[in-house]
Design a binder for this molecule. Structure first.
Ligand SMILES: [Zn+2]
Ligand SMILES: [Zn+2]
Length: 439
């Protein structure tokens, strides 16, 4: 059982409207759109009167980029998504608030019912990271201390692009087939938006659930998917070694936590040797202790993460860490506090659904442009919570302008808008396949 810290939504998060910068600066977007470089088949059903308007979508994306909002504060983002959905003909009563700043939108077909009932969910994350952007060349660079450096602005735009294309063909989709859009807050945490969305019932009646992340290591036009683990489980580790402070000239009266923490690091390396060959990585990149050259501190603080694709490895590793700390307690007379928290479980695709994505992708992107790529990735995703509840698959869409383009969470990252068109269209292909509709 994975425990997630208690969410404190009862304290109303006040949203400062003055933080929202309007998009007046963005002029003549049409002139700055990079040409769509892929030679992908144009989606057959989009017509001249299509609700899919790439300029409108790019404008939406840049506005979202300019006004980023972090976990459970996405009030303006939520409102903007709602307004876009209303503008393409989705009715107000189809749009439900979920997890306070998220949305759940059911789009039901309009043609007479046919075959089995189907309800398939597609998810886009809508939150930004709490970090500074460093893209002064962009006229839509964010400046409010949050930033869309993971491309969730692009994921949201692709799902809106899908909805636009899908509305064009809705009259041909049977009434007993439903696509549910999940616009999810707080993927980046600190609390998981997926977890709260599920608690709020977003998966009720859902048969399959799908989501994707843009991935800049591969160019636009490449899709990565596989059955089984695709992203890691992540455990956050906080360790405090507690000794006794004192004067630097009297080590016999103190109990130095710094050297005890160094001893712990040696034991930690031995534990790592034991796990050699297993699918995991555990690092303790921070070590903080002391302030003055002549004072022993009371405490040394170490933090890190353990990432793994193996269920149960984290708990097994934790036992070894506790044993090492108990030894240290005997040897050095120190005490310790260990906070070991599984933050997100591993993202594990179900086999059948991963195969559906692969099959549809091969038809759309071409055989050579679908593979496992860099999967499983060491990064983590709270999409894992959906996959614990329902069959489904999480895939990566290449988003690089070049191979190994600026990576996610880099302050220079900017979502590649060339992905909006194929990202939206691929959702349509997957929708028709999973609803079992032949147009
Ligand atoms: Zn991220
Ligand atoms: Zn992300």
């Amino acid at each position: 059982m994975i425990r997630i810290g208690k969410l404190c939504l009862q304290n109303k998060i006040s949203f400062r409207i003055e933080n929202i910068i309007q998009l007046q600066q963005i002029q003549q977007i049409e002139n700055t759109i990079s040409p769509f470089k892929l030679n992908l088949p144009k989606y057959k059903m989009s017509s001249q009167n299509s609700k899919f308007d790439i300029n409108k979508l790019i404008k939406f994306r840049r506005n979202m980029h300019l006004n980023p909002e972090t976990g459970f504060k996405e009030f303006q983002t939520q409102q903007n998504i709602k307004e876009y959905l209303l503008s393409i003909g989705i009715q107000e009563n189809q749009i439900k608030v979920c997890a306070q700043t998220g949305l759940v939108v059911d789009i039901r077909g309009q043609a007479p019912s046919e075959g089995e009932d189907r309800l398939i969910a597609f998810r886009a994350d809508i939150d930004a990271l709490s970090m500074k952007e460093d893209n002064p060349h962009l006229e839509y660079q964010s400046t409010n201390g949050a930033a869309h450096m993971c491309g969730h602005d692009g994921h949201t735009t692709c799902l809106l692009g899908f909805a636009s294309l899908y509305m064009d063909i809705l009259h041909k989709i049977p009434q007993n087939k439903v696509i549910r859009l999940l616009f999810q807050p707080s993927e980046e945490g600190p609390e998981s938006g997926a977890f709260v969305m599920i608690q709020d019932g977003c998966l009720d009646q859902v048969q399959e659930v799908y989501g994707f992340h843009n991935w800049p290591t591969h160019k636009v036009g490449y899709l990565m998917v596989k059955p089984g683990p695709v992203m890691s489980e992540v455990t956050v580790i906080n360790l405090t070694i507690i000794g006794k402070g004192g004067h630097g000239s009297e080590p016999e009266k103190a109990n130095d936590p710094v050297s005890a923490a160094v001893d712990f690091h040696i034991k930690f390396r031995k534990i790592q040797e034991k796990y050699k060959g297993r699918q995991y990585v555990c690092t303790l990149p921070t070590f903080n202790a002391g302030e003055r050259f002549n004072v022993f501190p009371d405490k040394a603080l170490l933090t890190g993460t353990l990432r793994s694709f193996e269920d149960g490895l984290s708990e097994e590793f934790k036992k070894d860490v506790i044993q090492a700390l108990e030894e240290l307690k005997q040897e050095r007379g120190i005490n310790y506090q260990l906070n070991w928290r599984i933050y997100f479980p591993a993202t594990v695709n179900s086999e059948t659904e991963a195969n559906h994505v692969e099959r549809v992708a091969k038809q759309y992107f071409g055989e050579a442009n679908v593979g496992i790529g860099i999967m499983p990735a060491r990064a983590s995703e709270d999409f894992s919570f959906y996959l614990k509840e329902r069959p489904g698959a999480f895939f990566f869409l290449g988003s690089g302008r070049i191979e190994n383009d600026t990576m996610l969470h880099d302050c220079h990252f900017d979502f590649n808008e060339d992905l909006i068109n194929p990202g939206s269209e691929f959702w349509v292909k997957l929708a028709l396949d999973r609803l079992k509709v032949n147009l």
